[in-house]
Design a protein around this ligand. Structure first.
Ligand SMILES: *[C@@H]1O[C@H](CO)[C@@H](O)[C@H](O)[C@H]1NC(C)=O
Ligand SMILES: *[C@@H]1O[C@H](CO)[C@@H](O)[C@H](O)[C@H]1NC(C)=O
Length: 255
């Protein structure tokens, strides 16, 4: 049986001086040729930033209810319906030509999944459409889902508030009868991805993120989380790494 093991590294962005004394991240046997990222909301924006900036190292991205690269320039994105994709593309090629980010030609053939609910009133669905078009300028292989009547929330098929119900209480996770994470990962990694297990069998560990820059100043939490599937605990087996960026109000402090 061919199984694709996914290690999930959840990086928390959060201003805080609290440290829980987590241990250093161990080294794992990671297949560097298939590192992928994802994120929801501001985490989705971060996932695209990270993928485009480090395109030589990152092979794919899944963006849920996110915003395009370069929306840090407010003028580009103040009117979601009028985002000019060619301006964003020029920002990318300009940064790459001065080597501030990786060469955009790495994005050619990269896998990208984009989800945006029709009832999202927090991040305009136009942003999802535009960021997909921006990726297509550079030859990314995209797949999208824009038809579900979802509010601003991460879609699952087993947990969360009703799909049309905005829900801080479930950390913006909604049961839309749509297995967002699995569908996205299938696009990023291919059909060799094993079906989800009925219950999580791995270990969710905290690790000290300060050696990677986690501090109050960097706005990245000193503690990160890493999920190690059972099959990846044996370090002779090579595993794929997936990095998930959370959105605003989704950190362990709820901020
Ligand atoms: C980016 O990569 C392409 C293809 O390898 C190459 O032609 C181009 O010169 C590179 N650009 C920079 C700024 O290095
Ligand atoms: C992507 O690469 C293919 C060749 O592998 C090339 O034909 C195509 O023009 C490239 N697309 C972009 C957007 O650079």
């Amino acid at each position: 049986m061919k199984l694709t093991w996914i290690c999930t590294l959840v990086v928390l962005f959060q201003v805080s001086s609290v440290t829980l004394g987590a241990e250093k991240l161990q080294s794992y046997n990671v297949d560097r040729s298939t590192i992928t990222v994802s994120g929801f909301s501001s985490g989705g924006g971060m996932a695209m930033q990270y993928h485009v900036a480090f395109s030589s190292e990152i092979q794919g991205a899944a963006i849920f209810d996110g915003a395009p690269f370069a929306c840090y320039k407010v003028d580009f994105c103040k009117n979601p319906g009028k985002v000019v994709v060619s301006n964003l593309a020029k920002e990318i090629t300009g940064l790459a030509s001065t080597k501030k980010i990786d060469n955009e030609s790495n994005l050619n053939g990269s896998k990208v999944f984009v989800f945006h609910g029709t009832k999202d009133t927090v991040v305009d669905p136009a942003f999802g459409h535009k960021l997909e078009k921006l990726y297509q300028v550079f030859g990314a292989v995209t797949k999208n889902e824009y038809t579900i009547k979802a509010v601003h929330g991460f879609p699952t098929n087993f947990y969360g508030a009703a799909c049309g119900s905005f829900s801080p209480a479930t950390h913006f996770i909604n049961n839309c009868k749509y297995h967002g994470s699995n569908i996205a990962m299938k696009h990023l990694l291919g059909d060799s991805l094993a079906s989800p297990a009925s219950s999580a069998e791995g270990q969710l560990l905290q690790y000290d993120q300060t050696e990677f820059g986690g501090s109050a100043v960097s706005s990245m939490d000193p503690t990160g989380y890493v999920y190690i599937p059972t099959g990846c605990q044996d370090k002779t087996r090579q595993c794929k790494l997936h990095i998930a960026f959370h959105g605003c109000l989704q950190s362990k402090y709820g901020s």
